[in-house]
Design a protein around this ligand. Structure first.
Ligand code: SPV
Ligand code: MG
Length: 433
């Protein structure tokens, strides 16, 4: 056998003939070390791991041709190449024409420094491998497996990146958008079913007018075509007597969390602030609602997150913090703090002060107004979940409006065509079973 060092990295929960083919090719070249991509990078690169990293290591160690197994901690290969100095890196060729080509470029650059060689193996696309791939994805979509994933993500990634969805197609965008960004591959971790955008898509105001049955229908549309965890905007939660049923329904559907806000009476969108009449619930009453919801839920995984409107309603920082303490005491699994100021200062002040007495309860923020702050900065102040709550809706509507105006103006669709997504791209976005 050759004394050359060969490296390949796997980010999979199952080994199929495609992987074995790569191992076989690697073995022909020398002694084979396989990297197992760590959890936090796997969720960025591929999909949520269903096996633990230890299980994935054991799975790969069981392959006879494999000489050694290590954990690869970064999606890019700098650390691995520096440590192992492999003569060859073997990789499937399924990274061309996608954001993942950034990894290929990274490997090529690193190997060129010392004359190492990249060996690309044609990826095995056959009925069997495609079936396994589809089955893995579909398993992730199952309610039982999807529900607990938000809690797991909170332990894996520094900040859970969540984007608003309100339909199957927006769900697919959340599910499939992946970019290469410097040293990272990025994608969203979770989806937010916003009351504002769900209502807007139906041409209705955001005043708890769209009933729960209809909101559940939106969840269903999204669930059917995606696998990522869902955070549901539960508005005020309604009557406590109704909220307990909502919790059960959401749990059963596989939703990971509901966020309810401490307002009562006719709810208006928070971004109106004090321009419209809005009433904050009492601490006692809202705590009762949280307690009732927690008592009603059947799984340990589902999360009820309490949203505090004190800053929106100009009730002050102390009130926000008092409420946070009380709501956590009542059983809330997380706190969402909202603000409509452009400056993130009051949000950061809240997070810092909250973290002084509570190091663990997840903090959620929605940086719609204070949108200059980055995810890293939020994470540094103890934020665990960031929700981009309405940007997909706000991106789509001006484009549709302009297109409608232009078709009327030109009496044909030719002028707008170059701005539109091609039918081919739409078709590839949508999976066939
Ligand atoms: C929503 O997206 O419906 C929200 C967030 O509740 S906000 O619109 O900022 O109140
Ligand atoms: Mg809302």
């Amino acid at each position: 056998m050759s004394d050359k060092k060969v490296y390949t990295c796997f980010c999979t929960d199952v080994i199929h003939e495609g992987h074995l083919n790569i191992i076989k090719k690697a073995k022909e070249l020398g002694s084979v070390t396989v990297g197992v991509l760590c959890d936090s990078e796997m969720v960025r690169y591929n999909r949520f791991p269903m096996k633990t990293v230890e299980e994935r290591i054991a799975m790969i160690k069981a392959i006879p041709e494999v000489d050694d197994v290590i954990v690869q901690n970064h999606i890019m290969y700098d650390e691995v190449v520096e440590t192992l100095h492999p003569d060859y890196i073997v990789h499937g060729d399924n990274w061309n024409n996608s954001a993942l080509v950034a990894i290929k470029n990274n490997i090529t650059e690193l190997l060129a420094k010392y004359g190492g060689e990249l060996v690309e193996v044609p990826y095995t696309y056959n009925e069997n491998t495609q079936k396994i791939d589809r089955q893995m994805r579909e398993k992730l979509a199952m309610p039982e497996l999807r529900r607990g994933r938000l809690r797991k993500l909170l332990n894996i990634v520094p900040i859970v990146k969540t984007i608003e969805v309100h339909s199957g197609i927006t769900g697919l965008i959340a599910e499939k958008t992946i970019v290469a960004n410097g040293e990272h591959i990025d994608q969203f971790d979770a989806m937010w079913i916003s009351s504002l955008c769900d209502s807007t898509a139906k041409g209705k105001p955001d005043i708890e007018l769209v009933d729960m049955t209809s909101r559940f229908r939106t969840i269903d549309d999204v669930m059917e075509v995606t696998t990522k965890p869902i955070i549901f905007d539960g508005d005020t939660g309604g009557l406590t007597e109704h909220f307990v049923y909502t919790v059960r329904s959401l749990e059963r559907m596989g939703v990971s969390a509901v966020i309810i806000e401490d307002k009562t009476g006719l709810k208006k969108n928070s971004l109106f602030g004090t321009e419209v009449k809005q009433t904050q619930d009492t601490i006692e009453h809202f705590c009762e609602k949280i307690r009732a919801g927690k008592k009603a839920q059947l799984s340990d995984e589902f999360m009820i997150i309490a949203r505090i409107e004190s800053l929106i309603l100009e009730q002050g920082m102390e009130d926000a913090l008092t409420r946070a303490k009380a709501f956590v005491g009542a059983g809330a699994d997380g706190i969402m703090i909202h603000s409509r100021k452009k400056d993130p200062a009051e949000i950061l002040e809240f997070c810092d002060k909250f973290r002084e007495f509570d190091k663990t309860t997840p903090i959620v923020v929605v940086p719609t107004s204070f949108n200059t702050i980055t995810e890293d900065e939020l994470a540094a102040h103890g934020v665990n979940i960031v929700i981009y709550a309405n940007q997909l809706t706000r991106a789509a509507f001006p484009a549709m409006q302009q297109t409608a105006e232009d078709i009327l103006k030109y009496h044909r669709a030719y002028e707008v065509d170059s701005r539109l997504m091609s039918i081919k791209n739409i078709i590839t976005l949508i999976d066939e079973i």
